[in-house]
Design a protein around this ligand. Structure first.
Ligand code: PMP
Length: 325
């Protein structure tokens, strides 16, 4: 995992020079917000998937942390395009991050600077290529998601991800690929870094935002695809037991994409492996991001790879624009 350049506070820096001070507030208190988005190679260009939606969520997270983003959605899109070009990447995992730098060692970080970086690194299938076909084995985590009064799950704030790490580490230590956390009341919430969908009697179900989930951008796309395929999608509180009753379960997320779950707590899901509904949804999703299906909802923003770095630095490059098929 390496690239030539990282964008930092408005300019590209060589990888080794993108550094922070040890007294950065974010290191001590988790005062950072971030996003994860992907660029896919489509027609020999990098195409950013749902870029504006991710940067809008980044700005929302900044608002909640009371750490205003130094850049607008358009400026962030431009930073992503510049970074991909500089690194000659047609596909990448893109990681924008806003964090509190130096200024105070007190808990209230608002006297510290607001810093911004965007990195783009190679990152393949999150849970393994095989997992997309055969599914992953998961457990219900012993860790709960925070109660609504204890956190802000709709915002991707760095410090909140210690809870996600506990969920992932527990599952890995148990020889499983992922954990599904329940919310404070015992209803299904989400994985450590992905949303959950269930298929029951040929209908789709997923927890609503009131069950302490991050409102995933992929989750939104999958709802759109599923409805377009003629499935009913219901957002409702899901008791733990439905994870055992479901015919199919799959995760959605930028890193995990659309990944089937084949067992929960060592109980096989449905017939084990990938079910037909999951497969139908995957076919449309991967078709769009691999360029074999029309991007009919306009989720991809192609990046012109031909612009040279000098023009980019001078701001002469055209702004990336979405094209709806
Ligand atoms: N839940 C959590 C806790 C996450 O960190 C993520 C990844 N951002 C998701 C769900 C999936 O969200 P998205 O589809 O926007 O990547």
């Amino acid at each position: 995992m390496r690239a030539d350049y990282i964008w930092m506070n408005g300019e590209l820096r060589p990888w080794d020079q993108a550094q922070v001070h040890v007294l950065s507030h974010a290191l001590h208190y988790g005062t950072s917000v971030y996003e994860g988005l992907r660029a896919y190679e489509v027609a020999e260009k990098a195409a950013i998937f749902c870029g504006p939606e991710h940067f809008e969520r980044l700005l929302y997270s900044c608002k909640v942390l009371r750490c205003p983003s130094p850049f607008t959605v358009e400026q962030w899109m431009d930073a992503a395009a510049r970074t991909l070009r500089a690194n000659r990447q047609r596909s990448a995992y893109i990681r924008p991050l806003v964090f509190r730098g130096t200024g105070t060692i007190g808990i209230d970080g608002r006297k510290s600077s607001a810093e911004a970086i965007l990195a783009a690194v190679p990152w393949g299938t999150y849970l393994g290529e095989e997992a997309l076909e055969h599914g992953v084995d998961v457990q219900v985590s012993s860790w709960r998601r925070g109660s609504p009064g204890a956190g802000t799950p709709l915002a991707k704030i760095g410090g909140q991800y210690v809870n996600s790490q506990a969920i992932a580490m527990e599952a890995h230590d148990n020889g499983l690929q992922e954990g599904i956390a329940l919310d404070a009341n015992g209803y299904v919430s989400e994985g450590s870094g992905e949303n959950v969908f269930l298929v029951y009697k040929n209908e789709l179900f997923t927890p609503p935002i009131s069950n302490s989930i991050l409102s995933g951008i992929t989750r939104g796309c999958i709802k759109t695809i599923a409805k377009d395929l003629g499935y009913t999608v219901t957002e409702t509180a899901i008791p733990r037991e439905m994870l055992y009753a479901a015919e199919e379960i799959f995760f959605t997320g930028t890193a995990v994409e659309v990944c089937p779950v084949r067992s929960v707590d060592r109980l096989q899901v449905g017939n084990g492996g990938r079910g037909p509904v999951t497969k139908a949804i995957q076919d449309v999703f991967f078709g769009i991001v691999r360029g074999t299906h029309a991007d009919k909802w306009g989720w991809l923003t192609p990046v012109d790879m031909a612009v040279d770095m000098a023009a980019d630095a001078a701001g002469d490059a055209p702004a990336p624009e979405r094209v709806t098929a």
